[in-house]
Design a protein around this ligand. Structure first.
Ligand SMILES: Nc1nc2c(ncn2[C@@H]2O[C@H](COP(=O)(O)OP(=O)(O)OP(=O)(O)O)[C@@H](O)[C@H]2O)c(=O)[nH]1
Ligand SMILES: [Mg+2]
Ligand SMILES: [Zn+2]
Length: 303
């Protein structure tokens, strides 16, 4: 029996695969039921384990978690990489905006990767990166089939545990495979009819890339519900509003119809991306349920 440390990378039916640096994957059975652990092990957990002669392991202890994501269920995540495709599937800014809020609420820094740049039209990439320049996330532009375009992203993943997320078919598994060929994730074709992915990845799994570097591939999602965000908190999730908001006439300005709103002024002057402001209005509508008083039509179109 040898005691060592590792990280849970996969969990199926009460059995866990633990990655031990220098040794590789150790399969830990559900033997003993793991009830003595008190906490249910999660993918991403750092654990102490004993390895027997036959190479199988036994989880002894789960180290204290730095954090714990609910969807996907994973512990000790340093950052999330949201993958979007420029097209095929069509880019939905609102989904990205929701994701940014969800992660900010869980204190997880976000990287955004605009993938499939080979399908972009002239100026399209610049427009996207300009729109999100102030959103608080680091931006990357990639074409997963061209490894050279992934170099800056690879650098940003180094030494961290990153969870990949995004709609089905945007190229998460393709990026995963480029970063770690041994991951050998199945890559899906797009459905011809709807040009969307087909949920090729079905399980959450963590992969060892290099020392202290792990990547987690997850199944794609098509919608995200905002958790209990209060209307008055919403603007705080749009970092590019912060500076202008200090100049609003009313300290509790919601940047809707108030006079002398510096955020609206900044939108007019192009200092805040209009799309992001429109997104703010839509989400404000949704979480405050004021659809009747406040139409879906963005404010600037009413004037
Ligand atoms: N043109 C182009 N196609 C790409 C690029 N990256 C990935 N693809 C293709 O997009 C399709 C879907 O890729 P996947 O990696 O399976 O997408 P996914 O995000 O893992 O999808 P799910 O597992 O369903 O969530 C595949 O046919 C890939 O070959 C790219 O940069 N350009
Ligand atoms: Mg996939
Ligand atoms: Zn304001």
């Amino acid at each position: 029996m040898k005691e060592c440390n590792g990280k849970i990378i996969k969990g199926v039916g009460g059995s866990y695969d633990v990655y031990v640096t220098g040794r590789g994957v150790v399969s830990c059975s559900a033997r003993g039921n793991l009830r003595y652990l008190r906490t249910k092990p999660l993918i991403g957990d750092d654990v102490a384990l004993s390895v027997s002669e036959d190479g199988t392991g036994h989880i002894l202890r789960i180290e204290k978690r730095r954090n714990e994501l609910v969807r996907p269920a994973i512990a000790n995540v340093d950052q999330a990489l949201l993958v979007c495709a420029v097209r095929d599937p069509e880019f939905h800014p609102n989904l990205l905006d929701r994701f940014l809020i969800l992660m900010a609420r869980q204190n997880v820094p976000v990287l955004v990767c605009f993938n499939k740049t080979d399908l972009a039209e002239d100026g399209e990439i610049a427009k996207l990166t300009d729109m999100y320049r102030g959103c608080g996330a680091k931006l990357f532009v990639t074409q997963a089939s061209e490894p050279a375009t992934l170099a800056p992203l690879r650098e940003a993943l180094r030494g961290r545990t990153t969870v990949l997320a995004g709609p089905s078919g945007v190229g998460k598994s393709t990026i995963m495979n480029a970063m770690q060929p041994e991951a050998n994730m199945e890559v899906g074709e797009l459905s011809e009819k709807i040009r969307r992915g087909k949920q090729t990845t079905r399980h959450t799994q963590l992969f060892f890339v290099e020392e202290n570097t792990y990547l987690c591939d997850t199944p794609g999602f098509s919608s995200l519900y905002l958790p209990e965000v209060k209307p008055e908190e919403l603007a705080g999730y749009f970092p590019e509003f912060t500076e202008a908001a200090r100049e609003c006439r009313y300290p509790d300005c919601r940047h809707l119809k108030e006079p002398e709103c510096a955020v609206k002024q900044a939108v007019e002057e192009g200092r805040i991306a209009r799309e992001r402001y429109d997104s703010y209005l839509l989400l404000y509508d949704e979480i405050s349920g004021t659809r009747i008083i406040y139409s879906r039509k963005p404010k600037h179109e009413e004037q």
